[in-house]
Design a protein around this ligand. Structure first.
Ligand SMILES: [Cu+2]
Length: 125
């Protein structure tokens, strides 16, 4: 009787541990990444691009320029999401959007670019 109880206890511990580790593996990852942009329209485009790249949630803050993303590692990655955002015209922490795409953005969305900022610093030296 006692042995049965011990076996049952051990089994339930193993099952719980397995369930927890499986949950950790499939748990969504939350990260913040800087995306250059201007206005509410930029916000819509950036968030849509992130979701198109597989993010489950994407919220861009116009003031801080930080994009908060959650995603499943089995579905996408931070790099893939940044690639998609850069491809629609927005500079990201690791990537610079193609000039041709940036130039096609509506006038209100022509934000001060990451590269332009760097150049400005060099010009001032
Ligand atoms: Cu905009």
């Amino acid at each position: 009787m006692k042995i049965k109880f011990i076996i049952a206890s051990i089994l339930s511990i193993i099952l719980t541990t397995t369930a927890v580790s499986a949950q950790t593996k499939s748990a969504p990852k939350t990260e913040s990444v800087k995306i250059w942009g201007n206005c509410g329209m930029c916000k819509t485009t950036i968030e849509k691009a992130a979701k198109d790249a597989g993010a489950t949630t994407a919220v861009w803050n116009k003031t801080t320029k930080m994009l908060k993303i959650t995603y499943l590692e089995s579905a996408t990655s931070n790099a893939k999401i940044q690639e998609k955002i850069a491809s629609v015209g927005y500079d990201t922490k690791d990537l610079t959007a193609p000039d041709a795409v940036y130039n096609e953005l509506p006038e209100c969305c022509q934000y001060e670019r990451k590269a332009a900022k760097k150049k400005l610093i060099i010009d001032q030296l």
